[in-house]
Design a protein around this ligand. Structure first.
Ligand SMILES: CC(C)(COP(=O)(O)OP(=O)(O)OC[C@H]1O[C@@H](n2cnc3c(N)ncnc32)[C@H](O)[C@@H]1OP(=O)(O)O)[C@@H](O)C(=O)NCCC(=O)NCCS
Length: 380
């Protein structure tokens, strides 16, 4: 008899490494980076500062941050050869497919791509953090048949992205709100895409391969794709009055509700609270949008009906409405997740490869033990 009792399905609870970057307490809804609560990062910090803090494992000095910011800006432009590839991509592809291909192609154009020393990984990371923004915005423009917008050096990382995406300079308030969304998504421990990046790195593969793998993992609807799926759900619900019956029907049929539930959080995801506060702020200022009202009802119905199972809104629940208020199309929600998570991926790969060990788990074999090879012509 095969013993499957010790199988950790989904690797839940399996500890495979140590990390000083991110701490999560899922039962109390706590998330910290370098020991600092996510709420403080969201309120006081910027995406640039958190990215550097994750890469270096410490809060930067003002001079270090200024130098990092200048380096990011100096690396915003991407090679023309990559823009040509982006312009030549078939129309109608999902932007995550485009991003996956673009990152991989960017590696072909980087003479340092094959270097795997810590210094090389860090230098490539900074370029990728800067260039993800330009790539994603360029994909959007090309797919829409619009001219690609060159980066501006006088805007923040968040502000410049919105500018390149829409061709219009965002207000300070819009840029800051988007910056906060990036801060909230920058890192989240051993999530599937970070684990994927680390698994690739553990073979001593190059940085572009690690990040290309991570983009592929983030694309799925159980991970990064959930925020887009939430918007599909809101469109399907249509009006706030229909929300309760829609959700109850889904729960009765044992179907998953997108944007709720989490492998780690068994209470409110703290990032969803920060985003809800901002969504509420916008709602109070400009009136409650239909999306916001539907989300309010869904949250109440889910918490009432399955809160006892530890199912609460996660970060993807409110992020979509925040982005859609900024005029961003839902197909770009997952690429925006990648725009933020690139920092966590790079920092985690660098941290892991300092004391690398090839990742190679095992499976309990439950198949045939004494199979016989039957010649093809004798098989039924
Ligand atoms: C993220 C996710 C995969 C985590 O799942 P998990 O850790 O495997 O959770 P479990 O399957 O152990 O869930 C426990 C129970 O809650 C239910 N549940 C979990 N997520 C649910 C959801 N989104 N909607 C409805 N019920 C859900 C499960 O069906 C299970 O019920 P049961 O005990 O009656 O069988 C899951 O919650 C999900 O698919 N969520 C929607 C996608 C999403 O928003 N992903 C983004 C994550 S940031």
């Amino acid at each position: 008899m095969t013993n499957t009792a010790n199988v950790a399905k989904g690797l839940e609870g399996v500890l495979f490494t140590e990390s000083k970057l991110t701490f999560i307490n899922g039962t109390e809804g706590i998330l910290t980076h370098l020991g600092i609560p996510i709420q403080e990062w969201a309120e006081h910090s910027t995406f640039e500062e958190l990215s550097l803090a994750l890469l270096d494992g410490k809060l930067p000095t003002a001079a270090e941050l200024a130098a990092f910011d200048a380096e990011l800006k100096a690396n915003r432009a991407v090679p023309q050869a990559l823009l040509d590839v982006i312009a030549a991509m078939p129309r109608g592809v999902h932007p995550m497919q485009a991003l996956r291909t673009a990152v991989s192609y960017l590696g072909l154009l980087d003479p340092q791509a094959e270097e795997t020393s810590e210094d090389a990984r860090r230098a490539i990371s900074i370029r990728m953090i800067a260039q993800f923004s330009t790539i994603i915005a360029a994909v959007n423009r090309a797919q829409e048949g619009q001219d690609i917008v060159a980066p501006r050096m006088d805007l923040t990382h968040a502000g410049n992205f919105l500018y390149m995406l829409t061709g219009k300079e965002p207000t300070e308030e819009q840029a800051r709100l988007f910056d906060i969304a990036l801060v909230l998504h920058a890192d989240h421990g051993m999530n599937a895409s970070t684990f994927t990046a680390i698994a690739t790195a553990s073979t001593l593969s190059d940085m572009y391969s690690c990040i290309t793998s991570a983009v592929g993992a983030l694309k799925g609807p159980l991970h990064g794709g959930a925020n887009e799926a939430v918007m599909d759900m809101l469109d399907e619900v249509g009006t706030p009055e229909k929300a309760e019956a829609y959700i109850s029907g889904k729960l009765d049929r044992k179907e998953k509700i997108m944007g709720v539930g989490h492998r780690v959080y068994k209470y409110f995801d703290p990032r969803s609270r920060v985003l809800r506060d901002y969504a509420e702020l916008v709602a109070n200022k400009e009136g409650k949008s239909t999306y916001y009202q539907i989300l309010e009802t869904i949250e109440k119905t889910v918490v009432d009906r399955i809160g006892s199972k530890g199912i609460y809104p996660n970060v993807d629940f409110y992020s979509g409405t925040v982005y859609s208020d900024l005029g961003i199309r839902k197909e770009y929600f997952t690429p925006i997740f990648a725009l933020a998570r690139i920092s966590g991926w790079c920092a985690s790969v660098i941290e892991y490869t300092r004391d690398n060990r090839l990742l190679r788990p095992d499976a309990v074999y439950t198949g045939e033990r004494d199979g016989k090879y039957v010649p093809l012509q004798d098989r039924q």
